[in-house]
Design a protein around this ligand. Structure first.
Ligand SMILES: *Cc1c(COP(=O)(O)O)cnc(C)c1O
Length: 420
């Protein structure tokens, strides 16, 4: 190679490197705003000081030990559900006290000491607090429907909801560790905790046995992990014995609201019944705590595959930066963001409803800007049980089959030909 050729080649290399460096600087610019905002969106690991303080105050009030705190039976038995007790744990203004008392007469509330400590640590009226503690707005909502999804009309057998060709839900309990203020199945929560009686579960199982196209069974509630280990073992064994059931899924907010329920005994039950997929519901990065991580670690060790179904909630997570931080925090604890649900106008939850554009903006600011693993699917549940419908920003501007116009995550409009 002549000196001249070598110099030309070197020159070309520099030019390429220069273009790449300019592009990298452009990409760096795309993320500065998020990095700045992120500082004011802590996750559960970053508020451990506040959490530990709230937890010790709760332990002192209940005169309980660390060991009791880590025992889910203690957590369940000591769920806070009375405004008088709440007011001894947190300073409440008199109108707050009255609102909680008044709402409580109409809609049940209960919160595990663990989740209350987190709510206090995250700040009164903060994103954790508002999911757990009743708001006066719940009883001002005169318009929402009890059952906007029409679930009552999609139950072909006791305990079952079926909306799809190859999969269905078995509803096993109405009990939860915490009754979410945004709950979409409020009408099932009622006033007392009831697991479905054995004969209802038998009827559900019979339906599954008789319908061989069902290959995917989702066990949910309420919170499916509030069944006893023995009941879960029985149900999972029954499902394993149905040859056409290929996978089992569990719907549970336990890793978020009462991670203490995930014990080694529970894990030895789950471990016996692969494949199990579990979707949980983290809605805000503050909920991603060391305890939640421990529960997820144990579930993963037991072979359970974890996903997250967040609900889009006004002033809690209807913000692209918050949602991005949430999804990043979830990936760190090995939970794959699966869905973001648009919240429906269920009676008593109106104050949580956002516009659809909020969800689209979030999707717009996730795709491309961050790992594909951190991008869930945004879903609107169609009325009358017609099913989950994905909602996306518009990425295809013109479609002539072999010639399309796409627009990229950065909004570059580019013609694309299938033949190159
Ligand atoms: C959400 C849901 C499922 C599961 O849907 P996927 O999109 O497969 O996660 C199944 N059955 C019913 C009735 C549901 O509401």
């Amino acid at each position: 190679m002549s000196v001249k050729m070598w110099q030309d080649e070197q020159q070309l290399e520099w030019e390429k490197r220069d273009i790449a460096l300019r592009r990298a600087a452009e990409l760096k610019d795309q993320i500065t705003e998020y990095l700045e905002q992120k500082k004011s969106i802590p996750d559960g690991f970053e508020i451990q000081g506040e959490y530990t303080k709230a937890k010790s105050e709760l332990l002192e009030y209940f005169n309980a030990t660390e060991e009791q705190w880590n025992d889910w039976r203690w957590q369940m038995a000591n769920r806070i559900r009375d405004v008088r007790i709440l007011s001894r744990l947190v300073r409440l203004e008199s109108d707050e006290f009255n609102d909680i008392e008044k709402v409580g007469r109409q809609f049940r509330w209960a919160v595990s000491p663990y989740y209350l400590a987190l709510a206090i640590a995250g700040g009164k009226e903060g994103p954790v607090w508002r999911q757990a503690i009743p708001s006066g707005l719940e009883i001002l909502d005169r318009y929402g429907k009890e059952d906007p999804m029409g679930e009552e009309f999609t139950s072909p057998a006791a305990g079952i909801t079926r909306r799809y060709p190859d999969r269905l839900i078995i509803n096993v309990t109405n009990q939860c560790a915490m009754y979410c203020r945004h709950c979409q199945r409020r009408r099932n929560i009622g006033d007392i905790d009831v697991h479905k009686p054995r004969q209802v579960l038998e009827a559900s199982l019979r339906y599954i046995r008789e319908n061989p196209e069902i290959r995917d069974v989702l066990i949910t509630g309420g919170d499916a992990l509030l069944l006893s280990n023995k009941q879960l073992d029985w149900l999972l064994t029954e499902l394993d014995n149905i040859p056409h059931v290929e996978i089992k899924r569990i719907g549970s907010r336990i890793p978020v609201t009462m991670p203490q329920r995930v014990t080694s005994q529970l894990c030895s039950v789950l471990e016996k019944h692969p494949p199990i997929y579990m979707n949980t519901q983290f809605n805000h990065p503050l909920e991603v705590t060391p305890e939640a991580k421990k529960a997820c670690d144990m579930l993963i060790k037991a072979g359970v595959v974890l996903g997250n179904q967040a609900v889009l909630l006004k002033d809690i997570n209807n913000d692209p930066h918050v949602m991005k931080r949430l999804n990043h925090s979830l990936l760190r604890i090995r939970v794959k963001p699966y869905y973001i649900f648009h919240a429906k106008a269920v009676k008593g939850t109106r104050h949580f409803i956002t516009g659809v554009q909020d969800g689209i903006n979030i999707m717009e600011q996730l795709r491309g800007f961050t790992s594909g693993l951190a991008v869930p699917t945004y879903i609107i549940n169609a009325p009358n049980g017609y099913g989950k419908t994905p909602i996306l920003p518009q990425y295809i501007l013109e479609n002539k089959n072999d010639h399309v116009t796409i627009r990229t995550w950065e909004k570059r409009v580019i013609p694309y030909s299938v033949s190159g």
